[in-house]
Design a protein around this ligand. Sequence first.
Ligand code: MLT
Length: 240
Amino acid sequence: MKRDIDVYTTLLSLSEDEVRGKTVIVIDVLRASSTIITAMHRGARSVIAVEDMGEASRIAQNLDPTRRLLCGERDGKLIEGYDLGNSPSEYTDELVADKTLIFTTTNGTKAIARSSLADRVIIAGFLNADAVADAVKQAEGEVIMVCAGWKGRLSLEDVLCAGYIVNSFYDGQLPETAKDGAKVAMGLFERFSDRLYEVVAATNHAKRLQEMGYAEDIGYCCALNTVNIVPEVVEGVIKI
Ligand code: MLT
């Protein structure tokens, strides 16, 4: 019998202790997860995801400056003095290959930090959704998905991605034992799956990104299963 998978639709609903002994899948479609997946796919050595800029600076000072990049955003914008922002388009092979990326974002890296007591932490987006679903089908213990959202509020694009993974995890058939979070996420995904891009492009955060000139990131982050990797936090560092 298949194990169940649950969905936390916002970060506020998750306590750090709750993740102990579990596999946590962190989703921030726009855009932290999608950027991490892209960076790893384009050859980054690893990503060190941290919650705040102070910690990012401390880590950066202890690494060889020729082999690391300081990356991330606040409120979607590049942080002064940082090498890269949070648009996946910035993470080219030339820039990131073999580099350690120190990465801090408004919500996504908070969700990763909040999950640090879990047995396993996996980074997911639409880009690698099937690869993640396949990986967790084999996982031991409980699996939960954590949607990063925006400053404590729900982000529809994250819940839709969770719904896609629930659907894939259960091969399209929700069991009677399915948790409420999984039912909500899968229900929303089924409702909107035939016009995913259109629905994501109309979300709150997509509108913020469009206003900041990042409209192209939305289509990129909505593309399903373009990347067949499963980035995972190993001893505090994201690797594949
Ligand atoms: C976040 O972590 O809040 C996001 O990735 C914000 C963004 O789109 O840059």
